[in-house]
Write a protein that binds this ligand. Structure first.
Ligand SMILES: NC(=O)c1ccc[n+]([C@@H]2O[C@H](COP(=O)([O-])OP(=O)(O)OC[C@H]3O[C@@H](n4cnc5c(N)ncnc54)[C@H](O)[C@@H]3O)[C@@H](O)[C@H]2O)c1
Ligand SMILES: [Zn+2]
Ligand SMILES: [Zn+2]
Length: 397
């Protein structure tokens, strides 16, 4: 089959690789209908997350049609149209049973690669590094889904492929981030980042009862999406002296009740702090550029919630003292998708959520390297490039 392979930093190519096969009796094989880019992929394309190997198939946000099931798969059938959360979960360990799905104890065969760094290990994830299990990803014609009965969610007839696609990763991540904020009626939530994750966090904050949502980014087309598709107020952080002061002004001097970081370790920024992070990250002395997270910590009101969705490694100058003195609750996780997908499918079927506006570019899988290039550089207004396996490549001049 054809698949998008990582061959080194900034070197992605669509190649022919072996078809996946059933390995365990509870596996299914899916024919991928749609697969899309995620900000988390940029960290590995740019070489900030180690343990990739040449030839790895990337991609973890996808939906498709079940092609084949193992003998112990009971609920899922050939022909089912399903969406699959990005973390692979067994459904029966201590963590899955308590709803902390991305912490599943049974799906990361390489936990010894994570334990020295984290003191524990995450679940496996599709199309990511070997420390996250080394599973083949979804930018391919077919994908193996372990624990199919746990991880495949049937898409109802009224929900389109493009709407279902983002319920794999961007939407449940954003929803979890808003859920962490314990939003009360009348509250104000600020969200750093207007990528797929940030936009979904903003939409979810409204679904969960926020009165106002304030979105922060620098790309005009993304800020416009936050306004028109979500109803957020916006701040272009390159146009104000201080985002923190601006937020104070917009909230009667108090600050937002909750702040969500949907940016992560490759934050763009201004000033001396950002210059310091950029140099240290380039020299691999620090893994993160933390300007958005530090700003969120300064901006959140006393006693408020900081919800961190952006992915980070080891950050310097993390202002723990600010969190302590302001009595901030910090909530964070990799997405617990299986906890949220049924509810998000219901919202979608009922017309309360339509994530398909994130599709700015739809192209054949053969063009996936170009799809990542424009996504990475935020060119042509790209928010998410969506790949269609099997479609023929676009001829280039
Ligand atoms: N926790 C999870 O399970 C999970 C799941 C998916 C993605 N993520 C993470 O969420 C983050 C966002 O993902 P995405 O797909 O939306 O990425 P994206 O690259 O499409 O969007 C990131 C946005 O952040 C903006 N940004 C950069 N610096 C900023 C700053 N200082 N202030 C405000 N905005 C700033 C960028 O302009 C961009 O629009 C990434 O770190 C990704 O790894 C986490
Ligand atoms: Zn992702
Ligand atoms: Zn489990």
């Amino acid at each position: 089959m054809r698949a998008l392979c990582w061959n080194g930093v900034d070197d992605l190519r669509v190649e022919t690789v072996p078809d996946p096969v059933l390995v365990n009796p509870r596996d299914a094989i899916l024919r991928v209908s749609l697969s899309t880019t995620c900000g988390s992929d940029l960290h590995l394309i740019n070489g900030y997350i180690p343990t990739m190997r040449a030839g790895d198939v990337i991609g973890h946000e996808f939906m498709g049609v079940v092609e084949e099931v193992g003998p112990e798969v009971k609920k899922v059938r050939k022909g089912d149209r399903v969406v699959v959360p990005s973390f692979i979960c067994c459904g029966s360990c201590f963590y899955c049973a308590s709803g902390k799905w991305s912490l599943c104890d049974n799906t990361n065969p390489n936990e010894e690669m994570q334990e020295p760094l984290l003191g524990g290990s995450t679940a496996g994830i599709y199309g990511y590094t070997h420390a996250f299990g080394g599973y083949a990803g979804s930018h391919a014609e077919y994908i193996r889904v372990p624990f199919a009965d746990v991880d495949c969610f049937q898409v109802p007839d009224g929900v389109t492929d493009e709407q279902a696609l983002f319920l794999s990763d961007a939407a449940p991540t954003g929803f979890m981030g808003a859920d962490f904020c314990n939003i009360q009626r009348g509250q104000v939530v600020a969200v750093w980042g207007c990528g797929g994750v940030g936009l979904m966090a903003q939409k979810s904050a409204f679904l969960l009862g926020a009165e106002r949502v304030i979105a922060i980014d620098r790309f005009p087309e993304r800020l416009a999406m936050a306004q028109t598709h979500v109803g957020s107020e916006t701040i272009d952080y390159t146009k104000v002296d201080s985002v923190v002061d601006q937020l104070q002004e917009m909230t009667g001097g108090r600050g937002p009740d909750a702040c969500i970081d949907a940016v992560g370790m490759e934050a763009h920024g201004t000033g001396i702090g950002h210059a310091y992070d950029t140099v240290k990250q380039a020299l691999r002395l620090e893994t993160d550029r933390g300007s958005a997270l530090r700003e969120a910590i300064m901006a959140v009101r006393k006693g408020g919630v900081l919800s961190v969705l952006g992915v980070y490694g080891m950050m310097d100058k993390f202002p723990l003292g600010v969190l302590i003195n302001k009595g901030i609750t910090v909530r964070t996780a990799q997405q617990h998708g299986q906890a949220y997908v049924p509810r998000l499918l219901e919202y979608t079927a009922a017309g309360k959520l339509d994530a398909s506006f994130l599709v700015t570019h739809r192209m054949p899988l053969e063009d996936a390297a170009r799809g990542y290039a424009i996504f990475e550089k935020k060119q042509e207004g790209c928010v998410r490039s969506v790949f269609v396996p099997g479609a023929s490549a676009t001829p280039h001049a």
